[in-house]
Ligand binder design. Structure first.
Ligand code: SF4
Length: 330
């Protein structure tokens, strides 16, 4: 990364690289002249700074994991973490302690068999969500195999894929991949992770068109990040761009308390102000929900609601079961 990083930072960045994986594919490399893109993907020595409030498992996946690779946090849906690697590594990643090259292995056939058995026995589960890492880095053959197994479980209605691959490696979206997903014979949805309008370039638009013309409904998930998209005009541009490209803006996440990501954090009050100002600039159709995952695995709640209460020392977050959780002022 000569020319992109400061030569004085080399030692610190080697330390960062030893802890957290780095990958910048071609399509992202071509966008790096835009600061908001560079900040998301180029490692920083700030990643070595950690705070007591930061957690290895900030959204509490482990507390809801009955089997390796399976998270069952909400009654009607499960996550399958198919693989622990990604095509690009976001410097603010909320699963960075477990996601990365050499951090974990893709689920093996016998581990997936156990998950299918669990799903057969849990008739309340209507939706299977593939996540990771990035599920679209696994082979098409493997994805098809998973989809075919999901097809055999009649009470599952929706098959959802969470991915950043459409942005990072749009050329991966081809007919074979789409056929693999459709082998699930379920309603296929894709949630694309994207944080800045620059990410929706021509190659990405082509991939989106391919998905849409194959009746795969698209949604977005973004993270509010200091120095990337923490301005109402920038968020408005992102959400309008998504809507114009037939992606339904779904969630804007408050950043999670992942280790070494403090340089991306915003105060909840500042986040709420930015969101409210953004709402004034765009159609309601383009406005996603602004949510925070309560640390420890207590689920998501809307930030602009009575479930976030300011106190003298920080905030109280009230989960959907009425339990109260302290949240620090950043
Ligand atoms: S694509 Fe998702 S899982 Fe992978 S590094 Fe980025 S935020 Fe983390």
């Amino acid at each position: 990364m000569r020319g992109i990083i400061d030569a004085n930072d080399t030692d610190a960045l080697e330390e960062v690289a030893a802890k957290y994986s780095i990958a910048i594919p071609q399509n992202i490399a071509e966008m790096l002249s835009v600061d908001a893109i560079a900040r998301q993907f180029i490692p920083s020595k700030d990643e070595l700074i950690t705070h007591e409030r930061e957690l290895s498992d900030p959204i509490g996946d482990d507390a809801h994991s009955p089997l390796k690779g399976l998270v069952h946090r909400y009654k009607n849906r499960v996550l399958i973490k198919l693989v622990e690697v990604c095509g690009v590594y976001c410097r603010f990643c909320f699963r960075r302690e477990n996601v990365g090259d050499n951090k974990g292995q893709a689920l093996k056939t016998d581990e997936l068999e156990q998950i299918y058995e669990y799903l057969r026995n849990h008739k309340e589960v209507e939706e299977v969500i593939l996540t990771g890492g990035d599920p679209l880095v696994v082979s098409t053959r493997r994805l098809k195999e998973v989809a075919e197994n999901i097809a055999k479980i009649s009470h599952i209605r929706f098959f959802r894929i969470h991915t950043r691959t459409v942005i990072a490696n749009p050329e991966v979206i081809n007919d074979e991949l789409i056929a693999a997903l459709k082998a699930s014979q379920k309603s296929v949805k894709m949630v694309i992770h994207t944080n800045h309008a620059t990410e929706i370039d021509d190659a990405v638009k082509q991939a989106l068109n391919k998905l849409i013309s194959n009746q795969i409904q698209l949604f977005s998930q973004s993270v509010l990040l200091r120095g990337v998209n923490d301005k109402p005009e920038v968020l408005a541009d992102l959400f309008n761009t998504l809507l114009l490209n037939n992606i339904n803006p779904y969630y804007l996440h408050h950043p999670d308390l992942a280790k070494g990501t403090g340089h991306f954090y915003l105060n909840l009050e500042d986040g709420a102000k930015i969101y409210n100002e953004t709402a004034k600039l765009i159609s309601g159709l383009a406005l996603p929900k602004y949510v925070i995952d309560i640390p420890g695995g207590f689920g998501k709640i809307p930030v602009n609601s009575g479930q976030v209460v300011k106190t003298d020392g920080g905030f109280i977050l009230i989960d959907n079961n009425g339990r109260r959780h302290n949240y620090p002022i950043l």
